[in-house]
Design a protein around this ligand. Structure first.
Ligand SMILES: Nc1ncnc2c1ncn2[C@@H]1O[C@H](COP(=O)(O)OP(=O)(O)OP(=O)(O)O)[C@@H](O)[C@H]1O
Ligand SMILES: [Mg+2]
Length: 606
């Protein structure tokens, strides 16, 4: 297995992508739930009824006109009340049918959007840490929300606008062929054909502006989110103007793309209008000639005109729809591409849940590199017997946190193996592996929620009493109760309203609540005052009791009691042993210890 393999994209052309996007959306037209299917059927029935009424309307109008202006030019005797009422009723009911159709279909369209959104979100969590370290949050969020709107729109369009307009086109042409000389239908259909070709060609050409707009829109969102997340740094460096300028660069590019999109749209609209105008004029001229020749009535002229309007309006609409459909597809491209990324780390086909007996951890000749050009770990081997504590110390960048990521299988090792209770972690399911291990990360980031919710995250469904008990173990209970809002205090975005030490203790409480057999502590690098440090260590010792523990330590006082200490340097274990053994070796560890305890040592040895 190649541990360096990235999340992979599907190969294929743009046409392929379009097909796959359509496959992503279309199935939602026929949902699984019977209730929703019923709605689709009812909405379709409303659509057909609406169209039939719409096509019938001009006949009522012709009746009214012919009654008012009889061919023999005598004055009409009475108001054709029944026909007028029929005309009014036809107009009203076509609107009512359409509205009923839309309200029935809303649930279906929204459900489709929801399912795709849920799948996308789920999929994002399946993607590897590597992908997430490289992504831009604002961009992903923006393209997802754009994609979702597109799904609903496409569903609606697919059923109700494309279908009915085609139906209407057929009905109207049928009526024209049936009632009038073939030249009428011929001219009409020729107009439709020219219109369609013009629309498709022009729309495909101008779609590039839409794509450009989306790219710029993503960039704006990514920039803005990045700037706002780093608010404190931006302000501290007084770089507001710099940030704004960078955002404005993206805004300007968007502006350009949007202007181009509008200009090309106007060209499209004008061209379409011209084609229709020519078509209508020719057909009307044919009709007028028919009246002059005595073959048609004035009512026929009105009827033909009404039909043409009824034909070209939807045709125009079809043009708009085609355009919007193309746009929706473009909007969906990003989501579609996301969904097609195969996760770098996947459960093996025959993966089984981890069979946990006592919780031993073993690294066997582990080798790893984030980038093949730069190895990070070389031949790392160690074993933590059940319930024991192993510490890793070493310079910054030595690869300590990387070891933690490998144990969690956020990345696969490039060589060697990691075993938990004798099972290679590549052979067990990721979720069972991760449920067995608790992590107090180096940089604790919290959810923007209450303290109680952040602690409770360790075991969803935990009671308040359990949460408080965990907080007591982590020695943060007293602090929390001293807050005006207590456990309901909101911690702010990423927990920024708490101090570093407080955040760490919330993180400790979280793993205490999770109660895993294996515990990993990645000590924060920031120096805490000695009082906080002591209470933090007491909290950690309490949390680690009876568990297999891996401690990444920066303060060597944390590791004095470890069963084994590994000294990591440049990705290799260069020394190993207990605190006393390592001190006696007078090697790297002893030097580190001396440096950290210079003053204490100076006092102890005269
Ligand atoms: N996602 C990544 N992609 C590429 N290189 C990385 C990545 N994460 C870490 N590295 C590199 O790998 C090396 C080891 O990083 P690691 O975080 O394991 O160090 P560490 O020992 O935990 O350091 P510290 O004591 O500062 O926390 C570093 O040189 C770092 O730059
Ligand atoms: Mg680290």
């Amino acid at each position: 297995m190649d541990g360096r393999e990235r999340d992979r994209t599907h190969p294929g052309s743009r046409a392929d992508l379009t097909r796959r996007l359509v496959q992503l959306v279309l199935p939602h037209l026929w949902p699984r739930e019977p209730g929703l299917r019923l709605m689709v059927v009812a909405a379709a029935a409303c659509m057909v009824a609406g169209k039939l009424v719409t096509v019938a309307t001009p006949f009522a109008l012709k009746g009214v006109v012919d009654a008012l202006a009889p061919p023999d030019a005598v004055r009409p005797e009475a108001i054709p009340l029944a026909l007028l009422l029929a005309y009014g009723a036809a107009r009203l009911s076509s609107t009512l049918f359409n509205e009923l159709r839309d309200s029935l279909f809303a649930r279906v369209a929204e459900r489709g959007g929801r399912i795709v959104a849920r799948r996308t979100y789920e999929h994002l969590f399946a993607l590897s840490l590597r992908w997430h370290l490289e992504r831009r949050t604002g961009e992903v969020a923006r393209s997802i929300s754009r994609g979702l709107q597109a799904v609903g729109f496409m569903l609606h369009t697919a059923l109700f606008t494309m279908g009915p307009v085609v139906l209407e086109l057929l009905l109207v042409s049928g009526v024209l062929v049936w009632n009038y000389p073939p030249s009428f239908a011929l001219v009409t259909l020729a107009t439709v054909a020219v219109y369609a070709v013009f629309t498709i060609v022009t729309t495909d050409w101008r779609n590039r502006f839409r794509r450009e707009m989306n790219e710029k829109d993503n960039e704006i969102s990514a920039r803005a989110v990045d700037g706002l997340i780093n608010y404190e740094i931006v302000k501290a460096f007084a770089n507001e103007a710099y940030e704004t300028r960078r955002l404005d660069g993206a805004l300007a590019a968007y502006e350009d793309a949007a202007v181009k999109a509008q200009a090309s749209l106007s060209f499209l609209n004008a061209g379409q209008a011209a084609i229709i105008a020519v078509g209508v004029t020719i057909v009307m001229a044919l009709a007028a000639r028919g009246v002059v020749a005595g073959e048609l009535t004035v009512g026929d002229v009105v009827l033909v005109n009404a039909f043409l309007l009824q034909l070209y309006l939807p045709l125009n609409f079809l043009g708009v729809l085609y355009r919007e459909l193309r746009q929706s597809l473009t909007d969906l491209e990003h989501v579609g591409a996301l969904l097609e990324l195969r996760p770098e780390i996947e459960d093996a086909p025959d993966a089984r849940p981890l069979r946990l007996s006592e919780g031993t951890v073993e690294f066997r000749g582990v080798r790893f590199a984030y980038d093949p050009r730069r190895p990070v770990l070389e031949d790392v081997s160690f074993r933590i017997p059940a319930g024991r504590k192993v510490a890793i110390v070493g310079a910054s960048g030595a690869g300590k946190s990387t070891i933690v990521r490998l144990l969690f299988r956020f990345f696969d090792v490039t060589g060697g193996a990691i075993l938990v209770d004798g099972q290679d972690i590549r052979g067990v399911t990721q979720s069972s592996l991760r449920s067995a291990i608790g992590l107090v990360p180096q940089d604790t980031v919290l959810f923007n929620d209450t303290i109680a919710a952040n602690i409770g995250y360790g075991r969803p469904g935990a009671t308040r009493a359990e949460i408080e008990a965990a907080a007591k173990v982590a020695q943060i209970h007293d602090f929390v109760t001293s807050l005006p809002e207590g456990y309901d205090t909101l911690v702010g975005e990423r927990g920024l309203k708490l101090s570093g030490g407080e955040k760490q203790r919330v993180a400790i409480a979280r793993v205490v609540l999770k109660n895993p057999p294996i515990l990993v502590l990645d000590e924060a690098t920031s120096a805490l005052d000695s009082l906080t440090e002591r209470s933090l260590q007491a909290a950690l010792a309490e949390a680690a009791r009876g568990r297999t523990t891996l401690v990444i330590a920066h303060r060597l006082s944390t590791v004095v009691d470890a069963d084994e200490i590994l000294v990591l340097d440049g990705g290799r274990i260069v020394e190993r042993g207990t605190h006393e053994q390592l001190l006696a070796r007078r090697g790297l560890y002893a030097a580190l210890w001396t440096r950290q305890h210079e003053r204490a040592l100076a006092e102890a040895t005269p």
